[in-house]
Structure formats: C-alpha cells, structure tokens
Design a binder for this molecule. Structure first.
Ligand code: PLP
Length: 406
C-alpha cells in the first residue's frame, strides 16, 4: 500500500468517531522551558519515591519472583486486595458484609469497565457539570445519554438532579448511575458538602440508581478537616467506589481499584478478563509492600508539603493579576482550580494565543459532553514550581486582559 493511502475504510465506526483527548494533544507543550504548563493532571515527578520503589521492586523479585512475573488473578493479587480493603475500611469507614474489591489498571480502566457493565446505547447516566473529561471519553464509547447536574460551591446540587430525575420519570425513564468526583473535583476543585452526600444517597434510593464515586484526590488535603466519602454513608450498597495510587504514589504503576457489592465486582471481573487478563502482578506486589509496610501513610504528608505552597502561589497570583470579571475556585485539596471568564470569551479560541505567550491550560469545553460552555478553563497547580506558577498566571492574565479589551 502506498504511504499516502488512507486506512479509514478498515476502521470500525467507533474508531472513526473516536477523538484524541485535547489534554493528550496539549502534552506536546509539556517540558518546553518557555511554556508554563498548567494543562496536565500529572503529579510532579519530584513527588515520586523513586529510590524506595526501586528497593521494593528488588525485594518483590527476590522474595516473590515467580508470582510477580506470572499471570495473576483477574481480581488482583490477594495480598494487595486485602491490604487495600483494610486501609479503606479503617480510613474511610466503608461498611457492610457485601463488599468486594477488584484491582484495575488504574481508575481509567475502572471507568471503562463501568461503561461496559452498565451502559446500553441510549441509557441515561448523570454527570456533574463540569465533569472529568476522560470519564466522558470512556463512557462515550458505550453511547449513553447524559443528564447534566448543576454545581455550586458545595458540589453538585441535589435539587437540580431531582428535578431532572422527576422529568425523566414522567417519560418512563431513569438513570443507570450518577458519576461523581465529590472531593476536590477534577476539573473544578470543588468539594461536595456532607449533607449533599447524604441527600444524593436518598435520591439514589428513591429513584433507584447507582452512584460511581471516583476519588483520586481526597488524600491531597491542604486545608480543612478530612472529607468523608459518599461510600461511608452507603447503607444500601448503591455506591461503587474507585480509587487509585496515581496521585499518592506514581501513575506509571497503573494501580487502581473498584470497591462495591460482590455481584457488581464479579461483573467487573468478567469484563476485565477480555481486556487484559490481569493487572501487572509485579506492580501490584510493589504497591502491596508500599501500603502494608506503612510507606503510603508516611509519604502522603510529603506530597502535601510539596503541593500546598504551589496551590497557595496560584491562588495568590490569581488574586494579584486577574482582571475584573474573572472568577476562580479556591480548592482545599487536589490538583486543580477552575477559572470562569466573562461569557464572550471562548477559551478554546484563546488557547493558541496563550501558548504563544508561554502558558498552557485546558479549555473548559472538554469537560462538558455537549461542549457548549466555552468561557471556562482548568488550571493545574501541582506540576510547576511556585515562581513559575506566578509567572504563568501573570502571562495568562495579560492574555485574558487583551481579549477583554478587543
Ligand atoms: C477524576 C479522575 N478519575 C480518574 C483518573 C485517572 O487516573 P488513573 O487512571 O491514573 O488512576 C483521574 C486522573 O487524573 C482523575 O482526575
């Protein structure tokens, strides 16, 4: 076949429809000295306990080499599943006898599994507005219809969800599940209040749907009391909880988990078999040592110490430099702040200008399934160091000021 030939005729209609994530594209700007990079969601490499992971890997190969290099069980290595469940029950108060856990190739795989297990084309699911863009990418493949739930400073608004559930019920329809990132949300940085978590569970019971609680960030807490998970209030087995080591150890290990009722986790297991047979046993055993030997609990405060001043530097710079009419969230944890510009400014159109002035962000429209809200943007504050954060926000403020003038 000639080099110019298109292979499009071989692609499935789903492959033809698939679009590269804007963030993956933006990664091309990563590592360029002249661009301050607020576009990622990647941890700062200096947060990785590299030497320790090396030692743990050596021990695993020495003591459990055959297990580490062999295929493992689809559910995951029993040592890791046990250590994680113990940690989750102790730390987050998960309750009930009907709990099971599956290890996944990080949360992204759990999101895909949720799509496989729950969504038929045309099924309704509810998501926060805005929501995590790679969740939308994962779900899109299974062709759901979306119910968008409004948010304010206390997270998603149960009264808005109820209004929409009632309307669906009038049409004889309901949602299969609600997907939420309730704590230090990606992208907005907002945290759902405890009372709303309980209201949400009441609605799930009343309108008979499941809740997927995706919680990669709750350990990255810079201010305020620990936030209780939605799962900890779950008396009916309606919450499926996703966690990951990506932000509290290293995303390169690709270790995450889904916890929920046994019947659901069994379905996740069956669906995962055809995806990858199992998550890397070598990486799982490294993770098991990291958790069970107490390194995780020791390491989290170190990450917080690294990130808290970066978060503060960003908020201070936003206060110092942003022009009138621009609003932003002030997250107490996590990795992101969300900026809202006056409606006439389209942040996708603004991006090229920002890149040319030396600053990268993610345009907000990617975080809405219909891409219909165009005046917001997401800023990551954990990747760059404080001085660069200040410089980047100064640059971004100038770009926005120019756009407002013209
Ligand atoms: C809300 C949310 N869910 C899931 C993920 C995926 O993380 P991983 O697949 O590395 O566990 C991320 C990563 O940024 C995230 O922000």
């Amino acid at each position: 076949m000639s080099k110019e030939a298109s292979y499009g005729r071989f692609f499935s209609s789903k492959a033809v429809g698939a679009k590269a994530s804007m963030i993956r594209e933006l990664f091309k700007a990563l590592g360029k000295e002249d661009i301050v990079f607020f576009a990622g969601g990647a941890p700062a490499p200096e947060s990785f306990p590299t030497a320790l992971v090396g030692e743990l890997a050596e021990e695993v190969i020495r003591d459990k080499g055959n297990e580490a290099l062999q295929y493992g069980m689809t559910l995951g290595q029993p040592e890791l599943r046990e250590a994680l469940l113990e940690w989750l029950i102790r730390k987050y108060g998960f309750k009930g006898d009907d709990l099971d856990i599956i290890i996944t190739a990080s949360s992204q795989q759990a999101l895909d599994l949720a799509g496989r297990v729950f969504i038929n084309p045309g099924d309704y699911i509810a998501v926060e507005s805005p929501t995590y863009l790679a969740a939308l990418q994962a779900f899109r493949y299974y062709e759901p219809k979306y119910v968008m739930v409004k948010m304010d400073d206390e997270g998603l608004m149960p009264e808005d969800l109820e209004l929409k559930l009632r309307k669906l019920r009038e049409k004889g329809r309901s949602i299969k599940f609600l997907y939420t990132v309730p704590t230090y949300q990606n992208p907005s940085g907002v945290t759902m209040s405890e009372s709303r978590r309980k209201e949400l569970l009441n609605l799930a019971s009343q309108y008979d749907f499941l809740i997927i609680e995706d919680n990669p960030y709750s350990e990255l807490r810079y201010y305020g009391a620990p936030v209780k998970t939605v799962k900890s209030f779950d008396d009916e087995g309606r919450v499926i909880y996703f966690g990951t080591l990506s932000k509290i150890l290293a995303p390169g290990l690709r270790i995450g988990w889904a916890v929920g009722p046994k019947e659901i986790i069994r379905k996740f297991e069956v669906m995962k078999q055809s995806l990858d047979l199992c998550t890397s046993p070598l990486n799982q055993l490294i993770a098991w040592k990291y958790i069970s030997e107490g390194y995780l609990e020791k390491h989290i405060p170190e990450i917080i110490q690294l990130y808290r001043p970066r978060r503060n530097a960003m908020i201070k710079a936003l206060q110092d430099f942003m022009p009138e009419g621009v609003k932003w969230t002030e997250p107490k944890g996590g990795m992101f702040a969300w900026v809202k510009l006056p409606e006439e400014i389209n942040t996708t159109e603004l991006l090229n200008n920002a890149l040319s002035k030396g600053v990268a962000y993610v345009p907000g429209e990617s975080f809405y399934p219909n891409r219909d809200i165009t005046n917001c943007l997401r800023l990551n504050f954990t990747y760059e160091k404080e001085e660069r954060i200040r410089l980047g926000i100064q640059r971004l403020s100038q770009v926005i000021e120019e756009a407002l003038r013209s």
